[in-house]
Design a binder for this molecule. Sequence first.
Ligand code: NIG
Ligand code: FE
Length: 407
Amino acid sequence: MVTEAADLLFTNVRLATMVDGVGDLQDAALAVRGGRIAWLGARRDAPPAAVIHDCGGAWMTPGLVDCHTHIVHAGERGGEWEARLNGASYEDIARAGGGILSTVRATRAAAEDALLHQSLPRIRALLAEGVTTLEIKSGYGLTLLDEAKMLRVARRIGTVLPVNVHTTFLGAHALPPEFAGRADAYIDDLCDRMLPALAAEGLVDAVDAFCERIGFTHAQTARVFAAARRLGLPVKLHAEQLSDQDGAALVAAYGGLSADHLEYLSPAGVAAMARAGTVAVLLPGAYYFLRETCMPPLDALRAAGVPLALATDCNPGTSPLTSLLLAMNLACTLWRMTPLEALRGCTVHAARALGRSDIGTLAPGMRADLALWDVARPSDLAYALGARPCRLVVHGGAPRAPEIDLH
Ligand code: NIG
Ligand code: FE
């Protein structure tokens, strides 16, 4: 029993704490003080509070975490999608100068404010579904100035909207045209000049790369990771998305937060991730949108005890997806993840993929990032396609409506 008064008390609530499975606490209450969860437990034991919110028996989860997005970008690639449906492959389009480089051209051409304003509607869509933490990658600028512009926009999003933003430098996303045929020289520039300058400006929370036939080699990726390590920055990797490049083992060797995509992950990669505690971030939107048929090795990942996170991978080429709830449904329907695995993937395990131990579960001391839902059971979050079941969101202790009006 806590006697000190709380700022805010949610009572008559059913808590999915996500501590040990779903962590169902019925007929419960949750108290917030100073932006943190001060207490949770049986409703009858609740402390006094300045403001009391009766939840009418509704389910509350931690605020959702989208731990892998490329949501800041200019332009769109609907024509490329149509070309793929007419027979071109993602790799063909990239080799012909389209794909990522087409979004690079649009993003370089956009002024910083325009880039922000083009990105905001996508972010509002995520926030309407209870997302309270969002990772945003650079990687469509590929010059120091344009990568800085993207990362500044990402930081600004965290100030103009109620969301915690994690920035990831993805300079090693594609080879910029001015370095054609000189990939090693680009990686030199990235390691020696771009990354240190961006880190010095406080724009980089983590470092990522695209280790792939159409991206960068294992050796080039290792050099990016070594540069990140020199700056004390954590790493993550687009690994084994289109082919097995042994990328998951590489990021695990650097103690990486996560290896992401993983459709072509080998048993050795699974074992390396398990040893290092590297989270598997699975991206069913990209799998679906690319009409991929090779599934990530879910049973092997489960057997090895690798935490499974899910994210939208929101980007204009492989996953123009602005619904984390739909990502949960795709993971369940296409891969037979269970709805509980999917929810853990967007809460506790997604938090871990960002290196955060203060979000993703409901427990005393955690940040009061919460979502209240109109659902009969937590699995319904993954069930109802296109539903908008979020009733209320709490960000750092501050309640808000799910839909955010910017005007
Ligand atoms: O996560 N694979 C590399 N990066 C993105 C795609 C980016 C793009 O096509 O614009 C991904 O799938
Ligand atoms: Fe991605």
